[in-house]
Design a binder for this molecule. Structure first.
Ligand SMILES: Nc1ncnc2c1ncn2[C@@H]1O[C@H](COP(=O)(O)OP(=O)(O)OP(=O)(O)O)[C@@H](O)[C@H]1O
Length: 261
């Protein structure tokens, strides 16, 4: 498929298949995402988007093929290793610690790369005061960047949905990822919130030099935000390229509406 050459890839899928019994959720998917790109993954319900995401988060094993980040084959890693590899994600249904205040939720993200170190995980070394200070500073920075300062002490289950989504994003960004995976970030947001969200992601991706892969049904967001679209249908890539051409392609019309000739 469309493996981009000449630019260093941060994420690469090579011949990835995932099968559930007789169901082929992904069938021989290959593409790579160069550093700095905002890549949208779209497709009708059941196309394999979440499965694709989960192979990166290590929540889903591949039946065949390889998923790699910065050239490292992810099969050697567990989900808790991802912050150290520079990968952060958000979930389709907000995945916050509901009884904890906003500040602590974001601090979990800021502490994640440090917490994933083997000296912490296996030997239980507590953070030094210097590291603890850095984690708190990073948390405060993200709260400010996402306009969450005023909500800092609120429990996350007391927040409106749009604010909870912002907290989840702050938590993911607090880990200073190189690769940010966003799973349907616009779901449940008002149209105004969606616009603001798209602008914010574009700004932050540039500012923090983050590569973004986004699964999204909201075509308005996808069109305004993404540099490129990969379209899945029945587990296969049916189109891959710039946004306008891809959306207008026969393969996409077929996948969504069954109207191509
Ligand atoms: N754990 C599972 N066991 C069996 N089949 C599964 C499992 N997870 C996904 N599938 C099937 O794999 C296919 C791809 O599902 P997936 O959730 O990845 O699609 P999707 O594009 O994310 O859909 P949606 O847009 O509805 O979220 C579907 O046919 C789905 O029913």
């Amino acid at each position: 498929m469309n493996v981009i050459s000449g630019t260093e890839a941060i994420l690469a899928f090579s011949g990835v298949s995932v099968e559930f019994g007789g169901v082929k959720a992904l069938a021989n998917v290959s593409f790579s995402v160069p550093k700095g790109q905002i890549c949208g993954v779209i497709g009708p319900n059941g196309a394999g988007k979440t499965t694709l995401f989960n192979t990166v988060s290590r929540l889903q094993r591949v039946t065949r093929g390889t998923v790699s980040v910065n050239g490292r084959d992810l099969s050697a890693y567990a989900p808790h290793d991802l912050p150290q590899l520079g990968v952060a994600r958000t979930f389709q249904h907000v995945g916050l610690f509901s009884s904890m205040p906003v500040f602590d939720n974001v601090m979990v993200g800021a502490a994640a790369p440090w917490a994933a170190k083997w000296t912490t995980r296996y030997l239980g070394f507590p953070p030094s005061p210097r590291i603890e200070r850095r984690i708190r500073e990073q948390t405060e920075l993200m709260l400010e960047r996402l306009n969450l300062n005023e909500l800092s002490d609120k429990r996350t289950d007391e927040l409106p949905f749009g604010s909870a989504k912002r907290v989840e994003l702050a938590r993911a960004l607090a880990a200073k990822p190189q690769l940010l995976m966003l799973d349907e970030p616009a779901g449940g947001l008002t149209q105004e919130e969606v616009l603001g969200f798209g602008e914010f992601i574009a700004e932050v991706a540039k500012e923090m030099q983050i590569t973004v892969v986004i699964v999204e049904h909201n075509m308005g967001l996808v069109s305004s935000l993404c540099d490129r679209l990969v379209v899945l249908d029945h587990g296969e890539i049916v189109a891959d390229g710039n946004v306008a051409e891809t959306l207008a392609s026969e393969a996409v019309q077929n996948a969504y509406f069954g109207t191509g000739s």
